[in-house]
Design a protein around this ligand. Structure first.
Ligand SMILES: [Zn+2]
Length: 71
């Protein structure tokens, strides 16, 4: 695995029905890709791959930033 993503990191997953965001850990997203929205009760599937791609992009950006600062 080229990137180390903390499995306990929280990710906000928006409900496709009402837009309410639920914070889920990376571990949960990877193991149980179905969520119930706490606001409207809608069950929806998480696109784990899409979420992880987004996280990696964020992680890469942070890494670039660190290099720029020379830390
Ligand atoms: Zn909802």
């Amino acid at each position: 695995m080229p990137y180390n993503i903390d499995p306990s990191a929280l990710v906000n997953i928006p409900c496709p029905q009402c837009g309410e965001k639920t914070a889920q850990t990376v571990a949960t997203i990877q193991t149980s890709p179905r969520l119930r929205c706490p606001a409207c009760g809608t069950m929806f599937a998480i696109n784990a791959r899409k979420v992880m791609d987004k996280l990696r992009a964020v992680e890469e950006q942070a890494e670039l930033e660190r290099r720029r600062r020379g830390v």
